[in-house]
Design a protein around this ligand. Structure first.
Ligand SMILES: *[C@@H]1O[C@H](CO)[C@@H](O)[C@H](O)[C@H]1NC(C)=O
Ligand SMILES: *[C@@H]1O[C@H](CO)[C@@H](O)[C@H](O)[C@H]1NC(C)=O
Ligand SMILES: *[C@@H]1O[C@H](CO)[C@@H](O)[C@H](O)[C@H]1NC(C)=O
Ligand SMILES: *[C@@H]1O[C@H](CO)[C@@H](O)[C@H](O)[C@H]1NC(C)=O
Ligand SMILES: *[C@@H]1O[C@H](CO)[C@@H](O)[C@H](O)[C@H]1NC(C)=O
Ligand SMILES: *[C@@H]1O[C@H](CO)[C@@H](O)[C@H](O)[C@H]1NC(C)=O
Ligand SMILES: *[C@@H]1O[C@H](CO)[C@@H](O)[C@H](O)[C@H]1NC(C)=O
Length: 357
């Protein structure tokens, strides 16, 4: 009897336990929390499939992020809602004070995982990394590179020429944009630019050429001569000097050069003097009133001017009219009339007509 009673009690107990379990299961099934919310730059612990009321998770910032305030614990409430999860994590920042000499640093921002890019100006070469990443310690993971000037080896020297200016550094190299100057041996002519520049590609711009330029015998000129003993060939820059026979006038420069194209720069002319026609007259010559008869040998030189007095039709005054000797050609002005009689009044003795009349 006692045994059956006990068995009955046990059975009841078991039934109650099952009931309680079922009841509890039903209640908890409606109250578990979903996965906790994600917070950018943070993770939570512990990670479980199911969180029951009063369970909690603790958030912490991921590497590369720093806590910026907020509450880091979240609790699963009996209503199945997480409460209190307000942590905020911000990306770490790397410092940006550096500048790259002879180069540029470009970046979007200076935060964790961002990349800065390094580049050098034209003519400079990047030594080191071309980019750097802001790492989780808030440091750029690569050190700052340098921009080194492009260098040029010793410049080429043209045949028959030499360098007149060249200043390499102690390692015998030149830097980007350094210049050298060339000259040609004497009598050699330069073709091209006398300076060359160290380029961004590390070579020199085109060097000039030195060529042996010669000229033939300079041309003879009529009524003139050359001041030197003539030889068959002349070199670049050699000169001859021209002169003219007495009374002839050299038209142009006296000195001719053998030039770059192997030609003489000039071929001057000797201009002939003029015979002054016998007509009796008093004229202005070299600023003086002179009788034509008194001009030496009746000759004037090329370019000389005689000013004649032409009688005005009313015969009360005279006009001044020039006539110039042009390479042997000289003409008395048509307005000039020779006095018919010895006692006729010379036009040069008349007053000069005023410009207005
Ligand atoms: C940076 O360097 C890497 C490897 O050194 C190279 O593949 C890449 O093209 C470079 N980037 C630039 C912009 O020069
Ligand atoms: C970040 O970069 C710096 C500089 O290169 C280095 O010393 C440090 O160890 C790096 N931090 C990590 C976490 O990689
Ligand atoms: C820096 O970070 C970049 C990108 O993660 C990586 O490719 C590079 O190897 C790193 N450099 C160093 C020195 O760790
Ligand atoms: C530089 O070049 C000159 C001429 O070619 C040579 O005599 C000299 O030894 C060189 N110096 C160095 C440091 O290479
Ligand atoms: C020679 O080259 C220099 C530099 O390249 C330039 O400035 C100059 O004008 C050039 N001279 C001539 C005559 O072409
Ligand atoms: C210099 O080098 C560049 C690139 O290699 C080439 O294009 C150029 O023709 C070179 N210049 C001279 C004067 O050799
Ligand atoms: C050389 O002189 C000739 C004759 O005056 C001229 O035609 C030529 O252009 C000159 N050449 C040069 C390079 O000056």
């Amino acid at each position: 009897m006692q045994d059956s009673h006990r068995a009955g009690r046990n059975m009841l107990h078991s039934l109650m336990m099952i009931w309680a379990f079922v009841l509890l299961s039903c209640v908890t099934a409606t109250k578990v929390c979903p996965r906790p919310q994600e917070i950018q730059g943070a993770l939570y612990k512990p990670e479980k499939l199911v969180y029951e009321p009063s369970n909690f998770v603790v958030y912490s910032c991921l590497p590369g992020f720093v806590r910026q305030g907020g509450y880091n614990r979240a609790v699963c409430s009996s209503a199945g809602i997480w409460i209190h999860a307000s942590l905020s994590c911000a990306r770490r920042q790397c410092s940006l004070s550096d500048t790259l000499e002879n180069g540029d640093i470009t970046y979007e921002n200076n935060k964790f995982q961002n990349v800065v890019r390094f580049s050098c100006k034209e003519g400079f070469v990047l030594i080191g990394a071309n980019s750097s990443t802001c790492n989780e310690s808030g440091k750029w993971n690569e050190s700052l590179p340098t921009c080194q000037s492009m260098t040029c080896p010793q410049p080429p020297v043209p045949a028959f020429g030499q360098l007149s200016y060249y200043r390499p550094d102690e390692r015998n190299v030149s830097k980007y944009q350094d210049m050298v100057k060339y000259e040609c041996h004497s009598n050699y002519a330069m073709f091209g630019n006398d300076t060359a520049t160290c380029t961004a590609s590390g070579n020199w711009s085109q060097a000039p050429e030195c060529r042996d330029v010669t000229c033939d015998r300079p041309p003879e000129i009529q009524n003139g001569f050359m001041s030197v003993l003539l030889h068959q060939r002349y070199h670049y820059k050699e000169t001859v000097t021209y002169g003219c026979k007495p009374n002839y006038v050299l038209d142009g420069p006296r000195v001719s050069f053998c030039n770059l194209t192997g030609e003489w720069t000039i071929r001057p002319k000797c201009r002939a003097p003029c015979k002054v026609n016998i007509k009796k007259a008093t004229v202005l010559y070299n600023g003086r009133k002179t009788k034509v008869d008194d001009i030496a040998h009746g000759m004037i030189q090329h370019g000389d001017t005689l000013t004649y007095y032409c009688k005005d039709s009313k015969e009360k005054c005279s006009h001044l009219t020039d006539s110039q000797c042009q390479d042997g050609v000289f003409a008395v002005p048509s307005c000039y009339k020779e006095p018919k009689w010895l006692w006729s009044k010379e036009p040069s003795n008349l007053p000069v007509c005023s410009e207005a009349s």
